[in-house]
Design a binder for this molecule. Structure first.
Ligand code: NDP
Length: 239
């Protein structure tokens, strides 16, 4: 049997496209999301869908253990769950920052904390963290969100060094603009409209499948090859 691939935020966008890509390649899957009803297409397939909020460490750990009982140990974790709540710091509801840091940063740490001990012991494994171009560059209205993605970049690079001696690898995939549900959670209609206008000016943005391909590329290299970072953005995206 091929290795188990665990994907957080598998119920839409990049996570769902990544789940489909690994399924097509014959991998058993652990699919984590709060809206498991969005994962019906995987019913009866080699997949374990679990209703998990990535900020809930015990729930996350339990789901990994259940999937591993069925499909063997986790070969790769794709830490993809995230949310983007745009706004100006002097105007935005501070609750929005907390939500983003909880999911985008602590959720990623939770995932690594759960699967790394087994990978270190087996001297094999891959963690793929979905960051963003907003983890390398700053954008207007993105202060808190950029902070979360800069954190994902920094944490990933740091943990990569911690586990490199154990032959465990970490990759960052940093997408530019992709057509998903991500923007829909931003509360300001004006900001959303501006963002949609920016996407139109570029003649459209990437499809989630474009990012899934980069995830699979990073995973499919031999274990001694670590794709440290891939940034994938629309050709016409400037910043
Ligand atoms: P979507 O909103 O389409 O997907 C986000 C996913 O995260 C959903 O499956 C959602 O599932 C899940 N999620 C959100 N909060 C939680 C939580 N607390 N616990 C578990 N799952 C959660 O957006 P994208 O596909 O675009 O986003 C995926 C990743 O890609 C994010 O990290 C995002 O920051 C990053 N990214 C996206 C870009 C884009 O332009 N779209 C650009 C750069 C990076 P559910 O609600 O069912 O729990």
């Amino acid at each position: 049997m091929k290795e188990l691939i665990a994907i957080t935020g598998a119920s839409s966008g990049i996570g769902l496209a990544t789940a489909r890509a690994f399924h097509e390649k014959g991998h058993p899957l652990l699919l984590l999301a709060r809206r498991v009803e969005k994962l019906k297409e995987f019913e009866g397939k080699q997949a374990h869908a679990a209703r998990v909020d990535v900020t809930d460490l015990p729930g996350f750990r339990h789901a990994v253990q259940e999937a591993e009982k069925k499909f063997g140990l986790t070969g790769c974790l794709v830490n993809n769950a995230g949310l983007m709540l745009l706004g100006l710091v002097h105007e935005q509801n501070p609750e929005e920052w907390k939500q983003m840091y909880d999911v985008n940063v602590l959720g990623v740490l939770n995932g690594m904390h759960i699967v790394l001990p087994g990978m270190i012991q087996r001297k094999k494994g891959t963690i793929i963290n979905i960051s963003s171009v907003a983890g390398r560059f700053t954008f207007p209205l993105h202060a808190a969100y950029c902070g979360t993605k800069y954190a994902v970049h920094a944490i990933t690079e740091n943990v990569r060094k911690e586990v490199a001696p154990y032959n465990v690898r970490l990759a960052i995939i940093a997408p530019g603009a992709v057509e998903t549900e991500l923007l829909s959670h931003t509360t300001s209609e004006e900001i959303k409209a501006g963002y949609e206008g920016w996407k139109k000016e570029m003649g459209g943005v990437l499809r989630p499948e474009d990012i899934a391909k980069a995830v699979v590329y990073a995973y499919e290299q031999p274990q001694n090859v670590c794709v440290r970072e891939v940034m994938v953005a629309p050709t016409r995206q400037e910043p």
